[in-house]
Write a protein that binds this ligand. Structure first.
Ligand code: PXP
Length: 257
């Protein structure tokens, strides 16, 4: 079908900052990576300002906002400190994620059902500042319904459990996880939410996600930054773009031509 909007590719540059911070100092510069990603066709840049500042720092976020010309997706915990930094930074979007200091990465989705009272005023404050609010959640019916009730514009479905199951050869579980993602994407779109996906995606899993008709955006970081060691950022992003286009071509609504 001609009118389908292409799936947007958001490039997460956190792990350029991880490499920088391993040595201290200024190099490699995550903003340079963001500008290269933009030149290579990324549709947006994602960066996560963690409470412990283990990769992205406050100054990185300010420079990203000032220097890139594509939408900035500010990933953050739903805390007063982060809401205040986001309102000051004015990114295109904020993706609210759970955060525990001891974890290596964002391991589960946000518990929107359990944290409604805490999330509600923070979502309202971000929306009042004209920032699109996305909630990073597992593809569970009650979490999706709660995200809609709280007035989020977007849900980002957590693809990590699916990707982990696939990588570890737990194929039956992987298929069950993928079925959950597909059903969640459908439910969210029916409720009027824009549907994104992210966490742990590589070429093959991004292709499969892009084949789900409701997916509007995929946010990908660790794999792309790793691939950039071998292919360069431009090569990695170009190869990812081709995978996403292959996925889109598999959508039921794209076959009619
Ligand atoms: N989306 C969200 C909400 C995330 O928290 C992360 C990890 O920071 C990603 C996407 C990207 O995940 P990965 O680095 O595994 O591609």
């Amino acid at each position: 079908m001609g009118g389908v909007t292409p799936v947007r590719l958001g490039v997460n540059i956190d792990h350029v900052a991880t490499v920088r911070n391993a040595r201290g100092g200024q190099l490699p510069d995550p903003v340079r990576a963001a500008l290269l990603a933009q030149a290579a066709g990324a549709d947006g840049i994602t960066a996560h300002l963690r409470e412990d500042r283990r990769h992205i720092r406050d100054a990185d976020m300010a420079r990203l906002k000032a220097e890139i010309g594509i939408p900035l997706n500010f990933e953050m915990a739903a805390t007063d400190e982060m809401v205040s930094i986001a309102i000051h930074t004015r990114p295109h979007a904020c993706c609210l994620v759970p955060e525990k200091r001891e974890e290596r990465t964002t391991e589960g989705g946000l518990d929107v059902v359990g944290q409604k009272a805490d999330l509600s005023p923070r979502i309202a404050a971000l929306k009042a500042a004209d920032i699109r609010v996305s909630l990073f959640i597992a593809a569970e019916a009650e979490q999706i319904a709660a995200a809609s009730e709280l007035g989020a514009a977007v849900v980002e479905l957590h693809t990590g459990a699916w990707c982990d199951a696939l990588a570890e050869g737990r194929d039956t579980e992987a298929e069950a996880e993928f079925a959950r993602l597909a059903a969640g994407a459908q439910q969210a779109a029916t409720l009027g939410l824009e549907v994104h996906g992210g966490h742990g995606l590589d070429y093959a899993t991004a292709e499969r996600m892009a084949a789900l008709p409701q997916i509007a955006e995929l946010n990908i970081g660790h794999f792309l930054i790793g691939e950039a060691i071998f292919l360069g950022l431009e090569g990695a992003i170009g190869t990812m773009r081709k995978a996403i286009i292959r996925g889109e071509a598999q959508r039921p609504d794209s076959r009619a031509g």
